[in-house]
Unconditional design. Structure first.
Length: 566
């Protein structure tokens, strides 16, 4: 079967590209997605829900065998951590169908840095029109916003905030942070209601926004889900198509161009299996070298993160109304030497899980917004396409990230002990996204019953709650112990750091002379024909943002470039 364009991956970028490239009836486009399709008019409840706490645990919609090592060899205290499950969407819409729905652009400086690193045409002034093209902002207009795009953006108004969110905001205000009305147009420090891809308490995934019934009805667009791409097909150094397993059969599809939009983990894996990447690594697996590109799978980035949790008094918990559990956020500057403004980010989380324990626990989540740790890798564990690649995030490989998370922990503790938060919370403890927490987070009847029994005890006498938190919930030192011992705090940060599912930068675009650049600024893979990359793996650096909205912007811009330069 022959097409003009084959898009591998029906996630955030793939949905955009399928829509825009099939807009011309003369262009035959095939979209292949490894996961299931979804009826956008009647989606599974967990995917439509404003509260995402069940979607990213649902094994139907993510890569269940995908794991990542979190810590860096340089940062780790003691033995390296075991690989942990790393949730990424495996469903039409990709991670936009299971993520936290945050729609953060980052700052103009992020994209000016992209251009400075050789991604010509990706400076702020060049990308702003595409951010605007993506969105239909329900709250703001003007030159920094779009009002006709397919992705609805809104903010939960303060009138709908729960008392915990109000207290978080009040504590931030008491620390002299100012209120920002619009995080995507005001780029200084301050707290705000986060922008979300959500309308009428319903998630807006990329598949909802870009692959509605009218788009799918186009005769020149073919969408095939549950299609697992096993290999790229080459003639010499020109990519001619792909092979995919569909309904137990291997089917070959040919095209004038193949566009990899499988995300920052699976896109480099496709290239590596085709013999495109670091020659020494391919040689060890017995993969014949097609073309050496040293940057494939290298310099993986994510945002290093820590959390501080606390018990919520009954009056502070989320009530009827919005299901959005993150109602206030803070962008701030650490002030640590050699770090840029707006280098840190904090979320006030008013529900930490779907179950009844999660309804009683709130948290502050702090992450390094402008990270300098960029030594992560994606490598193959096997030539078998059904074996997941080996992922090493190598968080905290840059010492500044460790110091900033230490600074961030102190700030979280200061906010948590403020009169504003002390009035609605108690029993603060360092939180960890451990395997125990993950197991309890899986939506099933057993966990519902366990959490219901435990939550009754948590709501009981304070001494029982304290005992439960110390013996069953907290994993590590207390807040007081960490604040009183600098070395202990540093060790805790290094052991407890986690990513926030913002994998990026593994096939970076860059200038011709950049030996680590995998593609040119149009996403074309260097040294090869008929092959392009179009997802977050192209980012030259990870922006100060959740990565979904920058990926939508990137796909919109690349689609325009592809159409204009055919």
């Amino acid at each position: 079967m022959e097409f003009e364009k084959i898009i591998v991956g029906g996630g955030t970028a793939g949905c955009v590209l399928a829509n825009r490239l099939s807009a011309s009836a003369q262009r035959r486009v095939l979209l292949l997605e490894a996961g299931p399709d979804i009826d956008s008019k009647n989606p599974p409840a967990c995917l439509a829900d404003s509260y995402p706490g069940t979607a990213y645990y649902d094994s139907r919609f993510n890569w269940v065998d995908l794991k990542a090592r979190i810590q860096s060899d340089m940062a780790t205290v003691g033995p390296r951590d075991a690989a942990r499950k790393y949730e990424q969407g495996r469903v039409i819409g990709g991670s936009s169908s299971i993520n936290g729905q945050q729609s953060n652009r980052g700052t103009p400086a992020d994209y000016d840095e992209w251009a400075a690193k050789g991604a010509t045409g990706w400076n702020w002034d060049s990308v702003l029109p595409y951010f605007n093209k993506v969105e239909r902002d329900l709250d703001f207009a003007g030159p920094l916003h779009g009002n006709a795009g397919p992705v609805v953006h809104r903010r939960v108004p303060e009138s709908e905030w729960c008392d915990h969110a109000r207290a978080v905001a009040a504590a931030m205000r008491a620390q002299r942070y100012t209120l920002l009305q619009d995080q995507n147009a005001e780029f200084g420090d301050g707290f705000f209601a986060p922008v979300i891809a959500n309308e009428n308490e319903r998630r807006i995934a990329a598949s909802d926004a870009y692959l509605d019934a009218s788009v799918r009805a186009r005769p020149n667009l073919t969408v095939i889900c549950n299609a697992f791409v096993t290999s790229l097909i080459f003639e010499g150094r020109v990519c001619k198509g792909v092979a995919a397993d569909i309904d137990g059969k291997s089917i070959r599809f040919t095209a004038g161009e193949v566009i990899l939009a499988s995300g920052a983990i699976h896109t480099p894996a496709h290239l590596l299996r085709a013999g495109i990447g670091p020659a020494d690594r391919l040689r060890k697996l017995g993969i014949p070298l097609l073309f050496e590109l040293r940057g494939v799978g290298q310099r993986l980035m994510d945002h290093p993160s820590l959390s501080l949790a606390s018990f919520l008094t009954p009056s502070a918990r989320m009530k009827s109304g919005t299901r959005r559990h993150i109602q206030v956020a803070l962008r701030y500057s650490s002030g640590i030497p050699e770090c840029e403004p707006g280098d840190m980010f904090m979320l006030g989380v008013s529900r930490t899980a779907w179950h009844s324990i999660g309804a009683r626990i709130g948290s502050l989540v702090n992450f390094v917004n402008k990270t300098y740790s960029e030594t992560g890798t994606v490598t193959l564990s096997s030539r078998d396409p059904y074996r997941e690649p080996s992922v090493d995030l190598n968080l905290l490989s840059d010492y500044r990230d460790t110091h900033r998370l230490m600074h961030g922990f102190r700030l979280m503790a200061q906010l948590q002990s403020s009169p504003e938060l002390a009035a609605v919370t108690s029993d603060a403890f360092p939180a960890s996204y451990s395997e125990r927490v993950k197991r309890l987070g899986i939506p099933n009847r057993r966990n519902a019953l366990l959490s219901s029994a435990a939550s009754a005890l948590i709501d009981g006498p304070q001494f029982i709650r304290k005992l439960l938190i110390e013996r069953l919930v907290r994993e590590g030192p207390s807040v007081a112990e960490l604040l009183s011992d600098e070395r202990l705090l540093e060790d805790y940060v290094k052991k407890s750091v986690t990513g926030v599912w913002h994998a990026s930068c593994t096939c970076r675009m860059g200038a011709e002379g950049d030996r680590m650049a995998v593609t040119d600024p149009s996403g074309r893979v260097r040294g090869l024909g008929g092959l392009r990359v179009a997802d977050a793996s192209l980012f030259p650096t990870i922006p100060r943002a959740n990565t979904n909205l920058p990926t939508l912007m990137l796909a919109e811009k690349l689609a325009d470039d592809i159409v204009a330069n055919q």
